[in-house]
Every structure is written in C-alpha cells, then in structure tokens.
Design a protein around this ligand. Structure first.
Ligand SMILES: O=C(O)CCC(=O)C(=O)O
Ligand SMILES: [Fe+2]
Length: 367
C-alpha cells in the first residue's frame, strides 16, 4: 500500500503552509438567551429524537432566523449535539452568510470553493473499507482549530438509503467507568490528515496543504456547556501520545469498540431533499451509511466554522451525570428562585415542554 502511494506524494508539492493556531471570536452560544425563547417559540414542534442526542425543529426556516435566534440555535446545537430541519428554503449564499454569523469559515483545502464541501453519495462496502466518511469522524479533527458549528444541507437524496449517523461524545465519556474517565483525562490523541491527503491525491485531487499531525486532549471541555466529552474518532486518530505501540493499539481498539457499540448514544437521520443537520463537531462524531442507492442521486453542501483549540480544564468541567446530579440538587435547594425555575422548567406557549433538566445548562451558559 505504501509503495502505491509514495510516488504520487513525492511528485506533488502543495502550495499553502499549515494553518497557525488562532483565537476564534467568542462562541455565539454565549450570547443566547438560555431559555432560547425566541427560537423555540417559533417552532411548531420540538422533538428530542433520542434522550442523548438529536432534536428536530419543525416550522422554522433557518434562512429567516434573527441574529438572536441564530445564537439560540448555537446553544441548542451545543446542548443537543445535532439539530435537524426539513423542507428548508435556503440558497448556498444564505448558507454561507449563516455560517459566517458563527465565526471564521473552515476552508477545505481540497475544494474548488473552499468555503464549502460538496458531499456526494457513497457506494462501497462498509465492512471492507474504513478510511472514509463511513468511518466515524469529527470533521477535520486534525486541524489545530477543528470545526465547531457545522451544517450539512442535502439538496438531492435517494428514496431510501444514504442516512447519516451521529453519536454524542459527551455521552460516550459519561458511559465510561470513573477509572477509565480519570485515565483518559490525561491522554492526548494524535490526529492525522495523512490518509485523507493521500486519498485525495490518489483520487486525482490537488490538496492545497500538506498533511498535518496534531495532538489534542482525548477528553475535552466544551467551552459553553463545560461538559466533558470524549475527543476521539477512528478516521483521524492514529495513536495515543506517550503510550507504546501495543498500548496505543489496544487503547484505540477499546475506543473503537466503545463507539461502535453506542447505539443508545446515537441518532440516525434519514435525509429528504432540502433537509439540514446542524451539529457541534466538537462533541459529536458522525458517519455516512453507504451503499444500496444510486450515488448520483445524493448531493449536499457542508459549511463549517473553525472552533477553539480543543482544551481540557478539569476545574470547570463536569460529566453529563455529574451535571444532572448537581442540577437535581440545586433545584431542590433553590426551588423558590423563580428565574432559575423559568430556565429549567420552561413551557412554551403552545404547551410543548422544553425542560429536560439534563438538557438545560443555563447556569453555565452565562459565564
Ligand atoms: O455523506 C454524509 O452523510 C456525511 C458526510 C460527512 O461526513 C460530512 O458532511 O461531514
Ligand atoms: Fe464528516
């Protein structure tokens, strides 16, 4: 395999240097009303698709959101991992404008218009190949500043097939034993774009940047929710820093198993034309389900923005279960505090309940 690809790499010198680390603008979720009243009161239905991840909003056109609603959507995405919409009336330029609201757009070095990535249908055997979008991944996790808010809009979809699966890394961390949680909190994953780069070159592409290898904490703190999340994906994480080869191999195998047996922490989205998935790429991994449909019947456009450099700060972070426990206790002790009660037990005018204490991290959203 190495012999097949080496000559192509040697023959091609990419024009651009790697991106330097930068400080992104403050996460827009910090600007949101924690109750998200403006966004949610407009929705005709708010459906949590699974307990841990994924909410579908109906009756909302993302192209029509006010700036306040866009900020509230960021907070909802950060809390629920991924938010879905159907029947959206939005142009590519409007999609770019929406992305730009959230920060500096991730520029994909392999695309003609690097502001977005064109996603096509996938036709291969998921069991035979684990080097592409069928492998669980966080988009561009090898970047120094990997993407945070990421939006995929499907223009065309097959009648059946071509679904995408999203899994919560917050929940994946939470389901580890306390002993593994502690151990992993000290680890750094090695994220590499080498395979991605080689695939691109071997597919006839001319990526603008050389491959990069970046170390990121294996457990990260979400800057807004302050929840602890695993920061692993099998497509780009090639090793664990400081472990010897066998230790690294078996640790990655464990993580692979942990992720691939997490049906309970996962949502599977069936696309229809003009539907959207908007996810927080910092705390969610996803995979495309390939095969069984005509690839040319599927096309999407993905936009993303650069997030902060992943960090882990134990002094401000909690696991999902710790958060739930604390909110339960605090609620008991400050039940008479009406402001808090509104934030954690709000009801929409139309009667739809939106509290779910574990989904409401309002106390930390305002730091
Ligand atoms: O094709 C898909 O379903 C997912 C593609 C993907 O990985 C992405 O948009 O980041
Ligand atoms: Fe992806």
């Amino acid at each position: 395999m190495a012999l097949d690809i080496t000559p192509a790499v040697l023959a091609y010198v990419p024009p651009d240097p790697p991106l330097e680390q930068f400080e992104p603008a403050r996460d827009r979720a910090f600007f949101a009303d924690p109750t998200k009243a403006s966004l949610l009161s407009q929705a005709s239905s708010i459906e949590a698709l699974t307990p841990y991840i994924g909410t579908e909003l109906k009756g909302v056109q993302v192209s029509q959101l006010t700036d306040a609603q866009k900020d509230e959507l960021a907070l909802l995405v950060a809390e629920r991992g991924v938010v879905f919409f159907r029947d959206q009336d939005i142009t590519l330029e409007q999609q770019h404008a929406l992305a730009a609201h959230y920060g500096k757009q991730d520029r994909d070095p392999s695309q003609q218009d690097p502001r977005h990535v064109t996603i096509l249908g996938h036709d291969f055997n998921i069991r035979a190949k684990d080097r592409n979008v069928a492998a669980y991944h966080g988009d561009h996790s090898f970047e120094v500043n990997p993407p945070s808010y990421t939006l995929l809009r499907m223009l065309r979809t097959p009648e059946t097939g071509g679904d995408t699966i999203f899994t919560s890394q917050v929940a994946l961390f939470d389901k580890l034993s306390p002993t593994f949680q502690k151990a992993f909190e000290g680890f750094f994953g090695i994220h590499s774009s080498e395979k991605y780069y080689l695939n691109s070159i071997n597919g006839g592409g001319k990526p603008r940047r050389a491959p990069i290898i970046t170390e990121h904490p294996l457990v990260r703190t979400h800057p807004v929710t302050h929840l602890k999340s695993l920061n692993y994906n099998p497509l780009f994480v090639t090793g664990v820093k400081g472990l010897n080869d066998r230790e690294s191999f078996h640790t990655l195998n464990f993580l692979y198993d942990h992720l691939h047996s997490a049906d309970d922490l996962t949502v599977r989205w069936k696309w229809t034309p003009d539907s959207i998935a908007f996810w927080d790429n910092r705390v969610v991994v996803h995979r495309a389900v390939p095969g069984g449909y005509e690839p040319s019947s599927r096309e999407g456009k993905r936009t993303a923005i650069f997030g902060e450099r992943p960090f882990f700060d134990p002094s401000i972070s909690e696991s999902w279960s710790e958060r739930k426990e604390r909110l339960k206790k605090e609620k008991l002790s400050i039940e008479s505090n009406s402001e808090y009660a509104v934030k954690t037990n709000g009801h929409l005018e139309n009667g739809t309940r939106l509290d779910e204490p574990e989904l409401n991290f309002s106390k930390l959203n305002v730091v």
